[in-house]
Design a protein around this ligand. Structure first.
Ligand code: NAD
Length: 405
Protein backbone atom coordinates (compact mmCIF):
# COMPACT_ATOMS: atom_id res chain seq x y z
CA UNK A 1 0.00 0.00 0.00
CA UNK A 2 1.27 3.44 -0.82
CA UNK A 3 2.22 6.02 1.76
CA UNK A 4 -0.59 8.22 0.42
CA UNK A 5 -3.26 5.65 1.32
CA UNK A 6 -2.35 5.72 5.02
CA UNK A 7 -3.76 9.21 5.41
CA UNK A 8 -7.09 7.90 4.11
CA UNK A 9 -7.30 4.81 6.30
CA UNK A 10 -5.31 5.32 9.51
CA UNK A 11 -7.47 8.23 10.82
CA UNK A 12 -10.65 6.18 10.26
CA UNK A 13 -9.16 3.29 12.23
CA UNK A 14 -7.91 5.62 14.95
CA UNK A 15 -11.32 7.27 15.27
CA UNK A 16 -13.05 3.89 15.57
CA UNK A 17 -10.77 2.73 18.36
CA UNK A 18 -11.03 6.07 20.19
CA UNK A 19 -14.81 5.95 19.90
CA UNK A 20 -14.98 2.52 21.48
CA UNK A 21 -12.49 3.28 24.27
CA UNK A 22 -13.26 6.93 24.98
CA UNK A 23 -9.54 7.64 25.11
CA UNK A 24 -6.72 8.36 22.69
CA UNK A 25 -5.08 5.64 20.57
CA UNK A 26 -1.97 5.35 18.40
CA UNK A 27 -2.23 3.49 15.09
CA UNK A 28 0.90 2.34 13.25
CA UNK A 29 1.17 0.51 9.93
CA UNK A 30 2.92 -2.88 10.13
CA UNK A 31 6.48 -2.84 8.97
CA UNK A 32 6.04 -6.26 7.37
CA UNK A 33 2.41 -6.40 6.27
CA UNK A 34 2.22 -9.80 4.66
CA UNK A 35 4.46 -11.69 7.08
CA UNK A 36 2.68 -11.64 10.38
CA UNK A 37 -1.10 -11.33 10.45
CA UNK A 38 -2.35 -12.91 13.63
CA UNK A 39 -5.62 -14.81 13.77
CA UNK A 40 -7.00 -12.37 16.40
CA UNK A 41 -6.84 -9.42 13.97
CA UNK A 42 -10.01 -7.68 12.81
CA UNK A 43 -10.48 -8.02 9.06
CA UNK A 44 -12.10 -5.44 6.80
CA UNK A 45 -12.41 -5.28 3.04
CA UNK A 46 -12.26 -1.63 1.98
CA UNK A 47 -11.75 -2.15 -1.73
CA UNK A 48 -15.32 -0.95 -2.56
CA UNK A 49 -14.48 2.46 -1.02
CA UNK A 50 -12.37 3.41 -4.04
CA UNK A 51 -14.98 4.62 -6.52
CA UNK A 52 -14.72 6.53 -9.79
CA UNK A 53 -14.99 9.74 -7.72
CA UNK A 54 -12.09 8.88 -5.41
CA UNK A 55 -12.13 7.49 -1.88
CA UNK A 56 -15.56 7.22 -0.23
CA UNK A 57 -14.63 7.73 3.42
CA UNK A 58 -18.24 7.42 4.65
CA UNK A 59 -18.51 3.95 3.14
CA UNK A 60 -15.04 3.01 4.43
CA UNK A 61 -16.06 4.13 7.93
CA UNK A 62 -19.16 1.91 7.80
CA UNK A 63 -17.20 -1.15 6.66
CA UNK A 64 -14.69 -0.63 9.47
CA UNK A 65 -17.42 -0.17 12.10
CA UNK A 66 -19.12 -3.40 11.00
CA UNK A 67 -15.84 -5.32 11.11
CA UNK A 68 -15.08 -3.99 14.60
CA UNK A 69 -18.57 -4.97 15.80
CA UNK A 70 -18.00 -8.56 14.65
CA UNK A 71 -14.79 -8.74 16.69
CA UNK A 72 -16.46 -7.13 19.70
CA UNK A 73 -19.43 -9.50 19.65
CA UNK A 74 -17.11 -12.49 19.95
CA UNK A 75 -15.19 -10.88 22.83
CA UNK A 76 -15.93 -11.28 26.55
CA UNK A 77 -15.29 -8.28 28.82
CA UNK A 78 -14.11 -4.76 28.02
CA UNK A 79 -11.21 -5.01 25.60
CA UNK A 80 -10.19 -3.92 22.13
CA UNK A 81 -8.45 -5.63 19.25
CA UNK A 82 -4.87 -4.50 18.77
CA UNK A 83 -4.51 -5.40 15.12
CA UNK A 84 -6.53 -4.92 11.94
CA UNK A 85 -5.93 -6.13 8.40
CA UNK A 86 -7.57 -4.12 5.66
CA UNK A 87 -7.99 -5.04 2.04
CA UNK A 88 -7.32 -2.02 -0.16
CA UNK A 89 -7.23 -1.58 -3.93
CA UNK A 90 -3.54 -2.23 -4.23
CA UNK A 91 -3.39 -5.21 -1.85
CA UNK A 92 -3.50 -5.51 1.91
CA UNK A 93 -2.38 -3.43 4.87
CA UNK A 94 -2.02 -4.26 8.54
CA UNK A 95 -2.21 -1.75 11.41
CA UNK A 96 -1.32 -2.12 15.07
CA UNK A 97 -3.03 -0.17 17.82
CA UNK A 98 -2.00 0.74 21.36
CA UNK A 99 -1.93 3.66 23.80
CA UNK A 100 1.62 4.81 23.16
CA UNK A 101 3.84 4.98 20.11
CA UNK A 102 6.51 2.73 21.61
CA UNK A 103 4.04 0.00 22.66
CA UNK A 104 2.27 0.14 19.29
CA UNK A 105 5.61 -0.29 17.52
CA UNK A 106 6.53 -3.14 19.85
CA UNK A 107 3.30 -4.94 18.97
CA UNK A 108 4.09 -4.51 15.29
CA UNK A 109 7.63 -5.85 15.70
CA UNK A 110 6.62 -8.86 17.78
CA UNK A 111 3.20 -9.52 16.16
CA UNK A 112 1.63 -9.30 19.63
CA UNK A 113 -2.12 -9.23 18.97
CA UNK A 114 -3.26 -9.76 22.56
CA UNK A 115 -6.36 -7.63 23.23
CA UNK A 116 -5.87 -4.08 24.42
CA UNK A 117 -7.50 -3.30 27.75
CA UNK A 118 -9.85 -0.35 27.91
CA UNK A 119 -8.96 1.95 30.77
CA UNK A 120 -11.18 3.81 33.19
CA UNK A 121 -12.48 6.68 31.10
CA UNK A 122 -14.12 8.53 33.96
CA UNK A 123 -11.21 10.90 34.42
CA UNK A 124 -12.67 14.35 33.81
CA UNK A 125 -9.85 16.78 34.64
CA UNK A 126 -10.29 19.25 37.45
CA UNK A 127 -8.73 22.71 37.57
CA UNK A 128 -6.01 21.22 39.78
CA UNK A 129 -4.93 18.56 37.26
CA UNK A 130 -5.88 20.28 34.05
CA UNK A 131 -2.73 19.13 32.24
CA UNK A 132 -4.21 15.61 32.20
CA UNK A 133 -6.43 16.72 29.30
CA UNK A 134 -3.53 16.07 26.94
CA UNK A 135 -2.22 12.83 28.45
CA UNK A 136 -1.62 10.22 25.74
CA UNK A 137 -3.03 12.57 23.12
CA UNK A 138 -1.36 13.11 19.76
CA UNK A 139 -0.34 16.71 19.34
CA UNK A 140 1.38 18.83 16.70
CA UNK A 141 3.24 22.07 17.39
CA UNK A 142 4.56 24.11 14.46
CA UNK A 143 7.58 26.32 15.07
CA UNK A 144 8.27 24.01 18.01
CA UNK A 145 12.06 24.15 17.93
CA UNK A 146 12.45 27.37 19.93
CA UNK A 147 10.63 30.21 21.69
CA UNK A 148 6.98 29.83 22.66
CA UNK A 149 6.77 26.72 20.47
CA UNK A 150 9.54 25.00 22.45
CA UNK A 151 7.83 25.92 25.74
CA UNK A 152 4.57 24.44 24.45
CA UNK A 153 6.30 21.27 23.21
CA UNK A 154 8.00 20.81 26.60
CA UNK A 155 4.78 21.45 28.52
CA UNK A 156 2.79 18.97 26.42
CA UNK A 157 5.48 16.26 26.56
CA UNK A 158 5.77 16.51 30.36
CA UNK A 159 1.97 16.23 30.52
CA UNK A 160 2.11 12.87 28.72
CA UNK A 161 1.27 13.78 25.11
CA UNK A 162 3.03 12.47 22.00
CA UNK A 163 4.25 15.68 20.35
CA UNK A 164 5.16 16.16 16.70
CA UNK A 165 7.64 19.05 16.58
CA UNK A 166 7.28 20.59 13.12
CA UNK A 167 9.74 23.31 12.22
CA UNK A 168 11.84 24.71 9.39
CA UNK A 169 14.74 24.20 11.75
CA UNK A 170 14.90 20.41 11.54
CA UNK A 171 18.15 20.11 13.51
CA UNK A 172 16.70 22.12 16.40
CA UNK A 173 13.48 20.07 16.38
CA UNK A 174 15.42 16.79 16.40
CA UNK A 175 17.64 17.90 19.25
CA UNK A 176 14.62 18.87 21.34
CA UNK A 177 12.84 15.57 20.55
CA UNK A 178 15.91 13.62 21.63
CA UNK A 179 16.19 15.53 24.91
CA UNK A 180 12.50 14.95 25.71
CA UNK A 181 12.55 11.25 24.79
CA UNK A 182 15.49 10.71 27.12
CA UNK A 183 13.94 12.72 29.96
CA UNK A 184 10.48 11.12 29.64
CA UNK A 185 11.79 7.57 28.98
CA UNK A 186 9.25 7.03 26.19
CA UNK A 187 8.65 8.30 22.67
CA UNK A 188 7.37 11.69 23.79
CA UNK A 189 8.33 13.69 20.68
CA UNK A 190 9.01 13.18 16.99
CA UNK A 191 10.62 15.86 14.79
CA UNK A 192 9.15 16.52 11.33
CA UNK A 193 10.33 19.16 8.85
CA UNK A 194 7.78 21.69 7.60
CA UNK A 195 7.54 25.05 5.94
CA UNK A 196 4.06 26.26 6.92
CA UNK A 197 3.91 28.67 3.98
CA UNK A 198 4.37 25.86 1.42
CA UNK A 199 1.24 23.79 0.75
CA UNK A 200 3.07 20.67 -0.45
CA UNK A 201 5.16 20.70 2.71
CA UNK A 202 2.09 21.10 4.96
CA UNK A 203 0.29 18.29 3.14
CA UNK A 204 3.30 16.01 3.59
CA UNK A 205 3.40 16.86 7.30
CA UNK A 206 -0.12 15.50 7.85
CA UNK A 207 0.66 12.38 5.81
CA UNK A 208 3.64 11.74 8.05
CA UNK A 209 1.47 12.16 11.15
CA UNK A 210 -1.18 9.75 9.85
CA UNK A 211 1.55 7.30 8.90
CA UNK A 212 3.28 7.52 12.28
CA UNK A 213 0.40 7.71 14.78
CA UNK A 214 -2.83 7.28 12.80
CA UNK A 215 -4.14 10.79 13.43
CA UNK A 216 -4.15 13.78 15.71
CA UNK A 217 -6.02 15.35 18.65
CA UNK A 218 -4.56 18.83 18.95
CA UNK A 219 -2.80 21.07 16.44
CA UNK A 220 -1.00 24.12 17.81
CA UNK A 221 -0.29 26.43 14.89
CA UNK A 222 2.49 28.46 16.47
CA UNK A 223 5.09 29.16 13.76
CA UNK A 224 5.23 32.89 13.19
CA UNK A 225 7.65 35.64 12.22
CA UNK A 226 7.98 39.36 12.76
CA UNK A 227 9.54 42.02 10.54
CA UNK A 228 8.70 45.37 12.04
CA UNK A 229 8.78 48.42 9.76
CA UNK A 230 7.01 51.68 9.04
CA UNK A 231 4.16 51.46 6.53
CA UNK A 232 5.91 54.32 4.71
CA UNK A 233 9.09 52.30 4.28
CA UNK A 234 8.36 48.57 4.34
CA UNK A 235 9.34 46.63 1.29
CA UNK A 236 6.40 44.60 -0.12
CA UNK A 237 8.60 41.49 -0.12
CA UNK A 238 8.99 41.73 3.67
CA UNK A 239 5.25 42.35 4.05
CA UNK A 240 4.47 39.26 1.97
CA UNK A 241 7.01 37.13 3.85
CA UNK A 242 5.31 37.89 7.19
CA UNK A 243 1.81 37.45 5.74
CA UNK A 244 2.69 34.15 4.02
CA UNK A 245 3.77 32.58 7.31
CA UNK A 246 1.49 34.20 9.89
CA UNK A 247 -1.74 34.34 7.85
CA UNK A 248 -1.61 32.08 4.78
CA UNK A 249 0.42 29.52 6.76
CA UNK A 250 -2.41 29.22 9.27
CA UNK A 251 -4.93 28.73 6.45
CA UNK A 252 -2.80 25.90 5.01
CA UNK A 253 -2.45 24.25 8.41
CA UNK A 254 -6.18 24.44 9.11
CA UNK A 255 -7.01 23.12 5.63
CA UNK A 256 -4.90 19.97 5.78
CA UNK A 257 -5.33 19.39 9.50
CA UNK A 258 -9.09 19.83 9.12
CA UNK A 259 -9.23 17.17 6.41
CA UNK A 260 -7.44 14.67 8.61
CA UNK A 261 -9.53 15.48 11.70
CA UNK A 262 -12.77 15.26 9.70
CA UNK A 263 -11.78 11.76 8.56
CA UNK A 264 -11.10 10.69 12.13
CA UNK A 265 -14.47 12.15 13.13
CA UNK A 266 -16.26 9.80 10.70
CA UNK A 267 -15.58 6.95 13.13
CA UNK A 268 -15.28 9.00 16.38
CA UNK A 269 -18.22 11.42 16.21
CA UNK A 270 -18.14 12.24 19.94
CA UNK A 271 -14.38 12.87 20.20
CA UNK A 272 -13.52 16.57 20.29
CA UNK A 273 -10.34 17.76 18.62
CA UNK A 274 -8.65 21.17 18.65
CA UNK A 275 -6.89 23.57 16.35
CA UNK A 276 -5.27 26.35 18.35
CA UNK A 277 -3.59 29.28 16.68
CA UNK A 278 -0.93 31.06 18.69
CA UNK A 279 -1.89 34.61 17.87
CA UNK A 280 -0.70 37.70 19.79
CA UNK A 281 -1.90 40.71 21.71
CA UNK A 282 -1.14 42.40 18.36
CA UNK A 283 -4.10 40.46 16.95
CA UNK A 284 -6.36 42.41 19.32
CA UNK A 285 -4.83 45.89 19.13
CA UNK A 286 -2.76 47.67 16.44
CA UNK A 287 1.02 47.69 16.72
CA UNK A 288 2.93 50.84 15.74
CA UNK A 289 5.36 50.33 12.82
CA UNK A 290 4.51 46.64 12.89
CA UNK A 291 1.51 46.52 10.54
CA UNK A 292 2.37 43.36 8.60
CA UNK A 293 2.51 41.44 11.87
CA UNK A 294 -0.60 42.95 13.48
CA UNK A 295 -2.57 42.75 10.21
CA UNK A 296 -1.78 39.05 9.77
CA UNK A 297 -2.67 38.34 13.39
CA UNK A 298 -5.97 40.28 13.20
CA UNK A 299 -6.75 38.43 9.97
CA UNK A 300 -5.98 35.08 11.55
CA UNK A 301 -8.66 35.73 14.17
CA UNK A 302 -11.11 36.16 11.27
CA UNK A 303 -9.93 32.78 9.96
CA UNK A 304 -10.30 31.23 13.42
CA UNK A 305 -13.89 32.46 13.74
CA UNK A 306 -14.80 31.31 10.21
CA UNK A 307 -13.10 27.91 10.44
CA UNK A 308 -14.74 27.36 13.85
CA UNK A 309 -18.19 27.83 12.29
CA UNK A 310 -17.45 25.34 9.52
CA UNK A 311 -15.51 22.67 11.41
CA UNK A 312 -17.80 22.43 14.45
CA UNK A 313 -19.76 19.86 12.45
CA UNK A 314 -16.77 17.53 12.67
CA UNK A 315 -16.14 17.97 16.40
CA UNK A 316 -13.20 20.32 15.73
CA UNK A 317 -12.87 23.39 17.96
CA UNK A 318 -10.81 26.27 16.58
CA UNK A 319 -9.52 28.94 18.96
CA UNK A 320 -6.73 31.50 19.15
CA UNK A 321 -4.53 32.30 22.13
CA UNK A 322 -3.20 35.86 22.23
CA UNK A 323 -0.07 36.09 24.40
CA UNK A 324 1.69 39.22 25.51
CA UNK A 325 5.43 39.73 25.01
CA UNK A 326 7.60 36.70 25.85
CA UNK A 327 10.40 38.84 27.22
CA UNK A 328 12.55 35.84 28.26
CA UNK A 329 12.26 34.21 24.82
CA UNK A 330 14.83 34.44 22.02
CA UNK A 331 12.82 36.97 19.99
CA UNK A 332 13.34 39.54 22.75
CA UNK A 333 16.36 38.30 24.72
CA UNK A 334 18.76 36.96 22.08
CA UNK A 335 21.98 38.81 22.97
CA UNK A 336 22.82 39.58 19.32
CA UNK A 337 19.58 39.73 17.32
CA UNK A 338 16.97 40.14 20.10
CA UNK A 339 14.51 43.04 20.17
CA UNK A 340 16.01 44.43 23.41
CA UNK A 341 19.40 44.92 21.71
CA UNK A 342 17.78 46.19 18.50
CA UNK A 343 15.62 48.72 20.36
CA UNK A 344 18.58 49.86 22.43
CA UNK A 345 20.69 50.39 19.30
CA UNK A 346 17.97 52.18 17.35
CA UNK A 347 17.00 54.41 20.29
CA UNK A 348 13.38 53.23 20.15
CA UNK A 349 13.02 53.57 23.94
CA UNK A 350 13.72 57.20 24.93
CA UNK A 351 16.47 57.53 27.54
CA UNK A 352 17.34 53.81 27.66
CA UNK A 353 21.07 53.23 28.18
CA UNK A 354 21.11 49.47 28.71
CA UNK A 355 19.19 46.35 27.72
CA UNK A 356 17.80 46.29 31.27
CA UNK A 357 16.34 49.79 30.73
CA UNK A 358 14.59 48.61 27.56
CA UNK A 359 13.22 45.57 29.38
CA UNK A 360 11.97 47.69 32.29
CA UNK A 361 10.16 49.95 29.81
CA UNK A 362 8.23 47.00 28.35
CA UNK A 363 7.51 45.43 31.75
CA UNK A 364 6.07 48.73 32.97
CA UNK A 365 3.45 48.62 30.17
CA UNK A 366 1.94 45.46 31.68
CA UNK A 367 -0.51 45.86 34.61
CA UNK A 368 0.98 42.63 36.05
CA UNK A 369 4.51 44.06 35.57
CA UNK A 370 6.12 41.12 33.82
CA UNK A 371 6.33 39.44 30.43
CA UNK A 372 4.28 36.45 29.33
CA UNK A 373 5.79 32.97 29.92
CA UNK A 374 5.41 29.52 28.41
CA UNK A 375 3.52 28.40 31.55
CA UNK A 376 0.97 31.21 31.04
CA UNK A 377 0.32 30.02 27.48
CA UNK A 378 0.11 26.36 28.59
CA UNK A 379 -2.71 27.21 31.02
CA UNK A 380 -4.67 28.73 28.14
CA UNK A 381 -4.03 25.67 25.95
CA UNK A 382 -5.27 23.30 28.67
CA UNK A 383 -8.33 25.49 29.13
CA UNK A 384 -9.14 25.54 25.39
CA UNK A 385 -8.78 21.75 25.13
CA UNK A 386 -10.71 20.99 28.32
CA UNK A 387 -13.55 23.41 27.52
CA UNK A 388 -15.95 21.48 25.31
CA UNK A 389 -18.46 24.32 25.03
CA UNK A 390 -16.45 27.03 23.28
CA UNK A 391 -15.07 27.61 19.81
CA UNK A 392 -14.05 30.53 17.59
CA UNK A 393 -12.63 32.54 20.49
CA UNK A 394 -9.48 34.60 20.96
CA UNK A 395 -8.17 34.09 24.49
CA UNK A 396 -5.94 36.92 25.75
CA UNK A 397 -2.95 36.01 27.95
CA UNK A 398 -1.51 39.48 28.36
CA UNK A 399 -1.22 40.22 32.09
CA UNK A 400 -3.99 42.78 31.56
CA UNK A 401 -2.07 44.74 28.91
CA UNK A 402 -4.70 44.21 26.20
CA UNK A 403 -8.30 43.53 27.12
CA UNK A 404 -11.24 42.40 24.99
CA UNK A 405 -13.68 45.08 23.85
N1 NAD B 1 7.83 36.25 21.31
C1 NAD B 1 6.79 37.03 21.66
O1 NAD B 1 6.90 37.99 22.42
C2 NAD B 1 5.41 36.70 21.14
C3 NAD B 1 4.32 37.37 21.67
C4 NAD B 1 3.03 37.07 21.23
C5 NAD B 1 2.86 36.10 20.25
N2 NAD B 1 3.94 35.47 19.73
C6 NAD B 1 3.68 34.44 18.71
O2 NAD B 1 4.18 33.21 19.16
C7 NAD B 1 4.62 32.43 18.06
C8 NAD B 1 6.07 32.00 18.31
O3 NAD B 1 6.85 33.16 18.40
P1 NAD B 1 8.32 33.16 19.02
O4 NAD B 1 8.63 34.56 19.40
O5 NAD B 1 8.41 32.10 20.03
O6 NAD B 1 9.16 32.83 17.71
P2 NAD B 1 10.68 32.40 17.52
O7 NAD B 1 11.19 33.24 16.42
O8 NAD B 1 11.44 32.35 18.80
O9 NAD B 1 10.49 30.90 16.98
C9 NAD B 1 9.74 30.64 15.84
C10 NAD B 1 9.96 29.20 15.38
O10 NAD B 1 9.20 29.04 14.18
C11 NAD B 1 10.02 28.45 13.17
N3 NAD B 1 9.55 28.92 11.85
C12 NAD B 1 9.68 30.14 11.31
N4 NAD B 1 9.14 30.16 10.09
C13 NAD B 1 8.65 28.93 9.84
C14 NAD B 1 7.98 28.32 8.74
N5 NAD B 1 7.74 29.00 7.62
N6 NAD B 1 7.60 27.02 8.85
C15 NAD B 1 7.89 26.32 9.97
N7 NAD B 1 8.53 26.82 11.04
C16 NAD B 1 8.90 28.12 10.97
C17 NAD B 1 11.42 28.92 13.49
O11 NAD B 1 12.39 28.05 12.92
C18 NAD B 1 11.43 28.91 15.02
O12 NAD B 1 11.81 27.67 15.54
C19 NAD B 1 4.45 33.31 16.82
O13 NAD B 1 3.25 32.99 16.18
C20 NAD B 1 4.39 34.70 17.39
O14 NAD B 1 3.70 35.59 16.58
C21 NAD B 1 5.20 35.74 20.15
Amino acid sequence: MSFTDHILIAPLIRGLWINAAGESRIVVPATDAAGSIPAQAVSADLSAAWTGDGFDEVLAAKVLKDAYAVWEAAQKGRAQPSCIRVKVLSGEAVYWIDRELRSARRRSETADASPLEIGDTDTAPSAANRSSVVKNKVVLVTGGAQGFGEEIVRGLAVSGALVFIADLNQAGAEKLAETLNTAEKRIAAVAVPVNVSDEASVEALFKTIADTAGGLDLCVSNAGVLKAASVLEQDVGAFRFVTDINYTGFFLMAKHCGRLLRRQNRTAPGWKTDIIQINSKSGLEGSNKNGAYAGGKFGAIGLVESFALELVEYGIKVNAICPGNFLDGPLWSDPEKGLFVQYLNTGKVPGAKTVADVRAFYEAKVPMKRGCTGADVMRAIYYAVEQEYETGQAIPVTGGQVMLH
